[in-house]
Design a protein around this ligand. Structure first.
Ligand code: FE
Length: 245
């Protein structure tokens, strides 16, 4: 028997994985799986979903950067790298960043450290590839505490993207099925919540994105063409919630 709630007791940090594809385009994604795995020489690993654009870039370049997010990181920054696709948006265009000497980027805002890793081994672990490598560069960027995955969930109210290693869903077997299931759940929740609560005197209502957790306060209705500013999904992913309760 696998009690999926046991996975919630694992602790992680929150990182931006940085890479550059063969055309020179800067790409990146969020991961919680970066860790040091050996010393002398220092080696590290990160596991990334096989479908990620960043994974494809690292398979080509055999080099990746890691930006360690600190507690100043906003949902907007995390959403840009964690819930959007590098094929659709230029993720670094509005984000402060610098480059390692060989052209791999790292983010300099809301970040406390950065690493560059030269890949030595790639292990296929199923949904994900684990990139193990030698740490080539490392620097401290701020004295802020690093963000933990627990902080992201409890303070920022962030959710786990379907492509993350730690995503646990008992009913869906792929990100696409997960998204389809989320739409159905939200549809049912919207009906139940709206019909059940009405608009009682003094009660505030808002909308919460079921994919990333972003909350919009005090909006009676969302426009039909509304998209989440954090993860980009449409109005149908938002569930109506009561605020202050
Ligand atoms: Fe969202």
């Amino acid at each position: 028997m696998i009690d999926t709630s046991a996975f919630h007791d694992l602790s992680y940090g929150l990182y931006i994985v940085n890479a550059t594809d063969p055309s020179g385009r800067k790409v990146g994604c969020i991961a919680n799986t970066f860790q040091q795995v050996a010393s002398k020489p220092a080696k590290a690993s990160v596991a990334l979903n096989k479908d990620n654009v960043t994974t494809r870039a690292i398979l080509e370049s055999k080099t990746y950067g890691i930006t360690v997010l600190d507690e100043k990181a906003t949902m907007e920054l995390i959403g840009t790298f964690g819930f959007k696709n590098s094929d659709d948006v230029e993720k670094y265009s509005a984000v402060s960043h610098e480059m390692w000497s060989d052209g791999i980027p790292y983010v300099t805002e809301a970040s406390c450290a950065a690493f560059e890793v030269a890949v030595t081994d790639i292990v296929d672990v199923g949904t994900h590839l684990m990139f193990i490598g030698e740490v080539r560069e490392a620097k401290v960027l701020s004295s802020q505490p690093p963000m933990t995955y627990s902080y992201y969930h409890s303070v920022l109210r962030g959710k786990t993207p379907p492509k993350a290693v730690s995503y646990v869903d008992e009913q869906a077997s792929s990100p696409e099925e997960t998204v389809k299931g989320l739409k159905e759940v939200v549809s049912q929740t919207q009906q139940a919540t709206c019909e059940g609560n009405g608009t009682s005197q003094g009660q505030r209502f808002g909308w919460r994105c079921s994919l990333c957790g972003y909350i919009i306060e005090d909006e009676a209705e969302l426009p039909d063409d509304f998209t989440c500013p954090i993860c980009g999904v449409g109005k149908e992913f938002f569930e109506r919630i009561a605020l202050d309760c």
